[in-house]
Design a protein around this ligand. Structure first.
Ligand code: UP6
Length: 273
């Protein structure tokens, strides 16, 4: 796990979007990603506007909206600019390269147009990472280096099979496609995981950790939670909380609480630098 400050990492990171991510975290003193798993555009935009000041990233599941439209895209983009947060569409691409390229850059949801960060599973093998990188790094790709990929290296659900060789392969492909891969969605930093690809000197993968909740240990469908302190102690750079924030009696108060706890845990990890 990294013991460097976000501002130090913002200066040295080779990837422009990773630099921007760290700059946002530092500027807003927040490592909170809210998982805005609501089902209408109005609820989504309302949450984004109210929580915007306290978060670094908003994570969407755009395909759960019952009324996705142009308005959803325009609204999200303008709130991201207004509050200085990045957008992460948690689409978890998992298919052959030819299919994921179309799901990402074409189709109804137009994910490449509005989502800075996307993620994929490596269950299909190396080709999925290669395909997404190829699309986003093509000379005619309109969004330049303002797009990046997280590899879903582990999952928080009970009985997850994203372990062992799967997690190792995640690290392999992250290293191989480092110019497009920002890092991982995982429950911990993966620097110590066995990998057949040697670490690149100065590599600095960003760790996003889901399953963060202050008041619950899990749900009835196998979700398993840890606290912000635990996640950040294990190497999370950004903590992702969904129901802990949006389903709280007062989501704004909850967002502030996760922001404060997340920031204090980060300061403790970097040794109050
Ligand atoms: N998510 C997980 N675990 C994973 C990967 N992704 O929970 O391993 C996503 C879920 C949801 C959010 O799809 O959007 O993170 C967690 O929501 P919650 O905080 O309400 O449980």
């Amino acid at each position: 796990k990294s013991h460097l400050t976000y501002s130090a990492r913002a200066t040295t990171h080779a990837n422009p979007l990773a630099r921007r991510l760290f700059e946002v975290a530092e500027a807003k003193q927040s490592n909170v990603t809210v998982s805005a798993d609501v089902t209408t555009t109005q609820e989504l935009l309302d949450l984004a506007d109210r929580l915007g000041p306290y978060i670094a990233v908003i994570k969407t599941h755009i395909d759960i909206l019952s009324d996705f439209s142009e308005e959803t895209i325009t609204g999200l983009k303008s709130l991201a600019a207004k509050h200085n947060f990045l957008i992460f569409e948690d689409r978890k691409f998992i298919d052959i390269g030819n299919t994921v390229q179309k799901q990402y850059h074409q189709g109804t949801l137009r994910i490449s147009e509005w989502s800075h960060i996307i993620n994929c599973s490596v269950l299909p093998g190396e080709g999925i990472v290669e395909a997404l990188a190829q699309t986003a790094q093509a000379p005619d790709f309109p969004y330049g280096s303002d797009r990046g990929l997280l590899i879903l290296a582990e999952m928080t659900s009970k009985g997850s099979l994203a372990t062992g060789a799967y997690t190792s392969a995640s690290v392999d492909y992250a290293r191989k496609y480092q110019s497009f891969v920002l890092g991982f969605v995982s429950t911990r930093a993966l620097g110590e995981v066995e990998s057949s690809v040697a670490p690149v000197k100065g590599e600095d993968f960003v760790v996003f950790t889901t399953g963060v909740n202050l008041s619950s240990k899990g749900d009835k469908l196998g979700q398993q939670y840890q606290t912000p302190q635990s996640a950040i102690g294990r190497g999370a750079d950004f903590i992702i909380a969904g129901r802990g924030i949006y389903a709280a009696p007062d989501p704004v108060e909850a967002a502030k609480q996760y922001q404060q706890q997340g920031w204090e845990a980060y300061l403790a990890r970097v040794g109050g630098q």
